[in-house]
Design a protein around this ligand. Structure first.
Ligand code: NDP
Length: 464
């Protein structure tokens, strides 16, 4: 059945829908190549992050490799020496990284917030959890605190980039320790779901769906308050560094400060929309999410900043029209991303009977659809077919990927390393789409097929 407004009459999940949800909450097959695949990911990603950082830090962004098989041992010894020299988990790095974690936890605990009801959780008998969304006030408090620390010389923000390698190692250790710790916590409290029974696979995928301490939902807290805060302050650190050494901030660095602030601010200002995302209601809190939030995102998405902070601006200077194109592309992609995410999340809220929406800065035009069209599924849920969602089944992914590409393109062709984010991200998004569509196809059956007929394109309308 296709529907048109009002979307505000509350949905109820049918008995058949509940049966399907129960099935989807069971482990049925291994993903990511099973235990072997996830072990490779757990070992391979940290190694790759060290390698890319070494190339940027010690070799001016050039990809280094052994010239012959006989050189491999020497090459590995050199790599290890670089790690020992520039990426030891120093006490200072523990203080900086740990200080930020504790400060962000403290803010999440005490700052006033907007109370948002999450989606009904099948494994909790369709109970909804309450989220105290105070990321925005926490962000403002963090920005003010950072400015005070910098201006009073208590903690110069340039220190963040200067200690990049050391901080990255500490972040990785925290990512591993938290992943294993949370796994054992889930088992000890009996809060595990969708378990495979294979230890390493379950540590990777996670055991617990909604980890909470007091009023804090740890999964949502870690998704917003750690990676994007660090990414933004690394950009600010790069800006401060250029200002101190060059006397000005390049348009490229200013671009990254703007880009990372837009992303961080979007996550904070629309925090109440995050409970409606796949990460919150489906993905468990395991290594895949934890490591990526603690270490992967903050230390592998902004290689362009590391490059710019250590190289002469002549290596990455563009003409004025190129800067205009770069900034325009970023802002256009941001608009589509913010708007499409808001349209879907608010549509989902409407179907829960929520009609009062939070107004934070900036509210982009067309972010709430009046009289949306949708497909009413037999499951009970509705699939939006209006707004950006009329053109493609993943408009948000396309826009997000374009932003990631801009984060690399900001240094042009000076080094390939900052393109790591967009290359990695396209693999993540394509894999995520296949997992998501497979799940939706099981969940909605024929209604999903009908939705795919109404919205035939996965990504770019008219293309694919
Ligand atoms: P989506 O926001 O696309 O959510 C997918 C879910 O939404 C589906 O499982 C389905 O769930 C529901 N859905 C899909 N289509 C519709 C529709 N037309 N109407 C109503 N509900 C629909 O994806 P994610 O949660 O994966 O991503 C959210 C954002 O996070 C994206 O912008 C993504 O790019 C970003 N992201 C960023 C990462 C990064 O490292 N930078 C990593 C991962 C994500 P159901 O029907 O069961 O409710």
């Amino acid at each position: 059945m296709a529907g048109k407004s009002p979307a505000t009459n509350k949905i109820t999940v049918s008995e058949a829908g509940k049966e399907i949800d129960r099935r989807l909450d069971q482990h049925d097959k291994y993903e990511f190549g099973g235990p072997f695949g996830v072990t490779c990911i757990m070992l391979g990603f940290p190694a790759l992050m060290y390698y890319l950082w070494i190339c940027l830090w010690f070799y001016d962004g050039q990809l280094v490799y052994p010239k012959s098989f006989a050189d491999v041992n020497l090459f590995l010894a050199e790599m290890w020496a670089h790690v020992c020299e520039g990426a030891s988990p120093s006490l200072y790095a523990w203080k900086v990284y740990g200080g930020n974690i504790i400060f962000q936890l403290f803010l999440a605990w005490v700052m006033p917030g907007y109370r948002q009801e999450g989606l009904p959780v099948p494994s909790l008998n369709y109970k909804t959890l309450i989220y105290n969304c105070n990321a925005l006030y926490s962000l403002y408090a963090t920005m003010i605190t950072a400015a005070v620390l910098h201006c009073t010389n208590i903690f110069r923000l340039t220190e963040i980039l200067d200690n990049f390698g050391h901080l990255m190692s500490v972040a990785m250790i925290c990512g591993f320790a938290t992943s294993f710790g949370v796994y054992f916590w889930a088992i000890a409290t009996g809060s595990q779901i969708r378990m495979s029974g294979n230890f390493i696979y379950d540590v990777f995928m996670g055991a617990i769906l909604n980890p909470r301490i007091g009023p804090i939902d740890l999964k949502m807290w870690a998704e917003v308050r750690i990676p994007w805060v660090i990414v933004f302050f690394l950009s600010v650190s790069g800006g401060c560094k250029q200002y101190e050494t060059l006397g000005y901030v390049t348009p490229n660095m200013a671009f990254m400060i703007l880009a990372t602030w837009l992303y961080l601010n979007a996550c904070a200002k629309a925090e109440e929309c995050i409970p409606q995302t796949w990460d919150m209601y489906h993905e468990k809190w395991g290594f895949m999410v934890i490591f990526w939030n603690f270490a992967g995102v903050p230390f592998s998405y902004i290689y362009s900043i590391v490059y710019m902070a250590r190289q002469d601006p002549s290596k990455y200077q563009f003409s004025t029209p190129t800067y205009v194109l770069l900034y325009t592309t970023l802002l256009a992609a941001y608009y589509i991303w913010d708007c499409s995410m808001s349209q879907k999340s608010r549509f989902k809220m409407q179907t829960q009977g929520l009609t009062n929406f939070r107004k934070t800065f900036p509210q982009v035009p067309w972010c709430i659809i009046e009289n949306p069209t949708y497909i009413q599924t037999a499951h009970g849920n509705r699939l939006l077919t209006s707004g950006w969602w009329a053109y493609s089944r993943k408009p948000n992914y396309v826009a997000d990927w374009i932003m990631s590409f801009c984060w690399g393109a900001v240094i042009g062709t000076a080094t390939p390393i900052p393109y790591f984010y967009s290359v990695f991200f396209i693999v993540v998004l394509v894999h995520r789409v296949s997992r998501d569509f497979e799940r939706c196809s099981v969940k909605y059956g024929k209604d999903w097929d009908r939705y795919c007929e109404v919205v035939p394109y996965k990504f770019i309308p008219g293309v694919f």
